[in-house]
Design a protein around this ligand. Structure first.
Ligand SMILES: [Zn+2]
Length: 258
């Protein structure tokens, strides 16, 4: 049983904003893995929100144009995304036809095909980036507490190991902008679902620490794990937050450049 909130990692990163698109990237990975495109979009000012939510009741004008803008700026031939279900299905993508592909519902994507850009949307849930530099294989996961309980993190690692021949002790993992412990009070049932010691009443949950502990259990090396310094909900956050009441979503992107 993992302990809660007890796992620290050595690197807590402040991501950088780059380009015309508000993309917060992992600066260490940008230096070490220049063949990757990786990052999470930001919210931008309220009068011009950079919303990428394709599903749900809320329909934002300009959302398709924003996805197109990212596809064009990225130089990638193909962008893949899914309606997310807080489950554990991880899709594997080959080269495929160019354009935007809406894959069947799922919460993760993996590929080793250059030019295929993986995308998940988030607003408090954790975008989990996994990279195997030796095989140039990547996985991108959308992980809230339900997905964590369903095992989507472990499933993503299994897909890399079983279908991309990755060694789990060689992968690098980054947990992107997500809700922090002090902003995330949850009921005892959430602790129970995550196999954590159950508090008597509602308590704060550090979901990213839980995921770090799970990744360590699955064999990811501690010094290859990093966690964004950003909370999506804290005051002044440059990201959308579901708990703050934002209907919009940012998107995380990961792919091997063509
Ligand atoms: Zn916070």
């Amino acid at each position: 049983m993992p302990t809660r909130s007890s796992v620290a990692v050595d690197t807590v990163l402040e991501e950088l904003i780059v380009g015309d698109i508000p993309l917060f990237i992992h600066p260490g990975w940008a230096d070490r893995f220049p063949w990757l495109l990786q990052g999470t979009t930001g919210a931008l000012p309220p009068e011009e929100p950079f919303d990428l939510a394709l599903f749900g009741d809320h329909a934002s004008s300009g959302v398709i144009e924003r996805w197109d803008r990212i596809a064009d700026a990225s130089g990638f031939l193909r962008v893949v995304h899914s309606r997310q279900l807080h489950g554990c299905h991880v899709h594997v993508h080959g080269e495929g036809p160019p354009g935007f592909e809406l894959a069947p519902p799922g919460d993760g994507h993996a590929t080793r095909a250059p030019g295929v850009l993986l995308a998940v949307t988030v607003a408090d849930c954790v975008p989990v980036f996994v990279v195997d530099p030796s095989r140039r294989a990547v996985a991108l996961l959308h992980v809230g507490w339900r997905g964590a309980a369903a095992g989507v993190l472990e499933r993503g690692l299994e897909v890399l190991r079983d279908q991309m021949a990755s060694r789990i002790d060689e992968v690098h993992m980054h947990l992107g902008p997500a809700i922090c412990e002090s902003c995330y009070e949850v009921g005892a049932e959430v602790f129970e679902a995550l196999d954590l010691p159950t508090p008597g009443e509602r308590d704060d949950l550090d979901l990213r620490s839980v995921l770090v502990a799970r990744a360590r259990t699955a064999g990811v090396e501690r010094d290859r794990i990093s966690v964004s310094g950003h909370c999506t909900r804290c005051a002044g956050s440059p990201f959308f937050s579901h708990r703050r009441g934002d209907p919009q979503r940012q998107a995380a992107f990961l792919g091997v450049r063509p």
